[in-house]
Design a protein around this ligand. Structure first.
Ligand SMILES: [Zn+2]
Ligand SMILES: [Zn+2]
Length: 192
């Protein structure tokens, strides 16, 4: 076994196959969270930075917040309480990605998938593949009003971030804000 280990292999996140290297054996450290990751649990974005699968959802989530901030002045129809929640969600999403470095973001799902061609087959035509249904309880409906005040591109990025996040079995350090939104939604994969 190597002297440095892949963070997600250590925590037994399933890794069905390796094209390079072997389990535990890190290829790099994550540009976002600094954890070591193996070939399966890390990915080199097409712009060159290496990121771990724990951070898969961080770039789309933070990008969504950036788009929401840009459109802040055109938001109508939210109560003061919902505006506060909107701000809280934006701040929580923003810090998921590159909190200590220069912030860069994608403007839509297509731009994200250009950085991540490995998942293009799963998330291209996202809205055709997934049905998004918000739960009926009051908290879910409050979150819904806030998230639906985000631009459409931002909403898609958040939904993809949540589906990516839910694909992981390792749950301990995952971001609370995505979990809260995730708990308010039922994603159904449409029949292909
Ligand atoms: Zn690994
Ligand atoms: Zn990471």
């Amino acid at each position: 076994m190597p002297s440095a280990h892949c963070y997600l292999c250590i925590y037994k996140e399933p890794a069905p196959n390796y094209t390079v290297g072997s389990s535990y054996n890190p290829l790099g450290s994550c540009n976002n969270c600094s954890a070591f990751a193996c070939d399966y649990h890390g990915y080199r974005l097409s712009i060159g930075s290496f990121e771990c699968r724990l951070c898969d959802s961080s770039l789309p989530a933070a990008s969504a917040a950036h788009l929401a901030l840009e459109s802040q002045s055109s938001v109508v129809g939210l109560s003061f309480e919902e505006l506060d929640l909107r701000q809280e969600i934006i701040e929580a999403l923003l810090i998921l990605y590159h909190p200590n470095t220069i912030f860069f973001y994608v403007r839509n799902l297509r731009a994200f998938l250009e950085l991540r061609p490995d998942i293009n087959d799963d998330f291209g035509n996202f809205r055709e593949k997934y049905e998004i249904q918000w739960k009926e309880n009051p908290d879910s409906q409050k979150l819904r009003r806030v998230i639906e005040s985000f631009p459409d591109d931002a909403q898609d990025l958040i939904y993809v971030a949540i589906v990516l996040y839910n694909q992981l079995q390792f749950t301990a350090p995952l971001p609370g804000i995505l979990k809260r939104i995730s708990n308010a939604i039922i994603f159904r994969r449409r029949n292909q």
